[in-house]
Design a protein around this ligand. Sequence first.
Ligand code: DGL
Length: 285
Amino acid sequence: MQLGNSRPIGLFDSGVGGLTVLNAVRKILPNEHLIYLGDTARVPYGTKSALSITRYAEQALKALLRYDVKALVIACNTASAVALDALIANYPSLLVMGVVEPGAEAAVKMTSSGQIGVIATESTVNNQAYQKAILTRLPDAKIKSAACSLFVALAEEGWHEGELVEAIIKKSLNSLFDEYRYQETHVQDRIDTLVLGCTHFPALKTAISNVIGTDVSLVDSAEISAQQLVRKLQEHHLSASESQQGRVKFLVTDGPSRFARVAKHFYNEPVDVEQVELIDIQHFG
Ligand code: DGL
């Protein structure tokens, strides 16, 4: 019988958004111990400079290394877009993966017209990580993108539906649809696939579909990221034993009670405030 690796897997995001990835990982890897770090003192990441985001990501990684993680999932598109290469280069012995490449893979599988929309934070859009990742796989793809930083605040506040939310979605997505014609399927170059390029955005799925129509496929990279993680753990012989019962621990850099409260909207299991530990990561370089 092969012995499993019982060390935990670390995941991090600026706040609660990455819990959408944690859900998918937990579902597909119930035997793994998981440590989720929400850098809630510094959310949002999406409007910060590349320099700051890279520093935050490195601090999160160092904090998780203290828990002896065997792998790191950057459960944040912004940090994946901006900091993944630096983390891989600086920590070659750690298995590190992001969510942008899996998201691009899912989009390319899903589109039939090759007209793909990407919505993400300002930093992710400016960094063009999705464009590059999609074009590598589908060189003829036509990609339009829009920064929707406000969606992060809506998601964190638990404002996931309603007239006001849909009005904000309409305004934020207008550059992806000609002259505000969101649901007119005959419009030339209409996107058939929309990448939710921020882990907070799946919370707004229903409202987004109400605005743009249910015929546009929405890509949430959580599930495909979890599948990629399974493959990578196997390749590196890091998988936990099947007899292990996976546990989840939460770390935050601010407000455990707010985190536990907001987590309800994102995480499929109850989060008790007692399970959430406050840590300081800013002293890590
Ligand atoms: N959830 C993160 C992402 O996927 C970051 C959102 C933010 O902090 O701006 O991009």
